[in-house]
Write a protein that binds this ligand. Sequence first.
Ligand SMILES: Cc1cc2nc3c(=O)[nH]c(=O)nc-3n(C[C@H](O)[C@H](O)[C@H](O)COP(=O)(O)O)c2cc1C
Length: 191
Amino acid sequence: MNIVIITGSNRRASTSTKLAEYIKEYIVRREYQVKLFDLYRTPLPFYSPDESFYDHKGLAELQSAMKKADAIVLASPEYHGGMSGVLKNALDHLGQTHFSGKPVLCVSSAGGAVGVSSLQQMQATVRNLHGINCPEWLSIGGSQRQRFELENADYEDGNEIEARIRRVVDSFLRLAQIVRARSNLEAEVSL
Ligand SMILES: Cc1cc2nc3c(=O)[nH]c(=O)nc-3n(C[C@H](O)[C@H](O)[C@H](O)COP(=O)(O)O)c2cc1C
């Protein structure tokens, strides 16, 4: 099973990116293949329908990995009640060929207590791309972000946050397994 994670912060010490890295490590320990695209380290050009971006190496890598993905995680900071422009720009470079029928987990980091507005916006975009929104989502907000700001991860509520992340990621992986088993079955039947 191939899982692609796209992180949408343009900040070096981003907490949403660190949350995504934590998710990646957890999924790798469960022996899945995971590729993380950090849009801060691999910036993409502004999408324009007038331009062709076939010679952009980073974009070609992202598009190729997304085509092979069985399931996807989108991570974003909450910016002005929505996802970051950096993530939305990446999604504008992608389409239904990358998302259709694939389970998607949305996660966010917000200055306020929870980043529900960005999560809802991300899920609306996933729906338009014909992806399958995971019923669970994840938001770290306010002081909870300290867990992902500290190098030594000794934030006092860290255990509670980590348990919540593991529970949500487990339910996402279960959904991904069910969807994959079903599409394997359909492929066998049509042979
Ligand atoms: C331009 C901008 C807009 C923001 N808008 C919101 C917002 O609408 N709601 C909120 O809770 N936090 C908002 N914040 C705070 C960020 O969500 C918060 O700092 C978040 O942890 C940043 O994620 P990062 O650590 O991955 O960069 C905003 C921050 C910036 C820079």
